[in-house]
Write a new protein. Structure first.
Lengths: 115, 113
């Protein structure tokens, strides 16, 4: 079975540009997580969707960040405008129910560098 | 609020030696506990998890962990490591009935030849 698929794997962009990260969930999963990983802050949960509905977006840093789930299998994370401090690895992860005790499956990450 | 502490940021160990990666958690209610591994330039993948039942949990690649409620610990062990075990290891906890995973800061295991 295909795992969580993220694109692009690597992105280098200039400050002020819009960045869109994409994620395809594992078939049959109905919960979606976006995480950000940096050396300074480790793994941070940005937003959590369940059945396409955003349940918890308290981790979204500021209004420059937005996430959508237009259908049950796909999500985007957008940063507009991007800033150098947004440089990080962004992980998408999915699970089958979103309740505790269920394994979350991570994609391989999108490595973002904003210069 | 719950939290996870991984006391060791880096652990160097020689190949075929045993290793223990430490994880302590803080919570006043029931928790589920996980260990994930992250190989270089990859995402995290599940090694093992404790939900209930036997406190000794076996995972993939020969790893195991023991849940100790009195010491609020969930240490990861492997009796004999390989070069290929070089990676970063994350302990995580969720509260029973919630979706939010709290990850530790990670322990970088470096296996030396």
């Amino acid at each position: 079975d295909a795992g969580v698929i993220q694109s692009p794997r690597h992105e280098v962009t200039e400050m002020g540009q819009e960045v869109t990260l994409r994620c395809k969930l594992i078939s049959g999963h109905n919960s979606l997580f976006w995480y950000r990983q940096t050396m300074m802050r480790g793994l941070e949960l940005l937003i959590y969707f369940n059945n396409n509905v955003p349940i918890d977006d308290s981790g979204m840093p500021e209004d420059r960040f937005s996430a959508k789930m237009p259908n049950a299998s796909f999500s985007t994370l957008k940063i507009q405008p991007s800033e150098p401090r947004d440089s990080a690895v962004y992980f998408c992860a999915s699970s089958s129910t979103g309740s505790s005790g269920n394994t979350i499956y991570f994609g391989e990450g999108s490595w973002l560098t904003v210069v | 609020a719950q939290s996870v502490t991984q006391l060791d940021s880096q652990v160097p160990v020689f190949e075929e030696a045993p290793v223990e990666l430490r994880c302590n958690y803080s919570s006043s209610v029931s928790v589920y506990l996980f260990w994930y591994v992250q190989y270089p330039n990859q995402g995290l993948q599940l090694l093992l998890k404790y939900l209930s039942g036997s406190t000794l949990v076996k995972g993939i690649n020969g790893f195991e962990a023991e849940f100790n409620k009195s010491q609020t610990s969930f240490h990861l062990r492997k009796p004999s490591v390989h070069i290929s075990d070089t990676a970063e290891y994350f302990c995580a906890v969720t509260l029973s009935g919630t979706y939010k995973y709290i990850f530790g800061t990670g322990t970088r295991l470096k296996v030396l030849a």
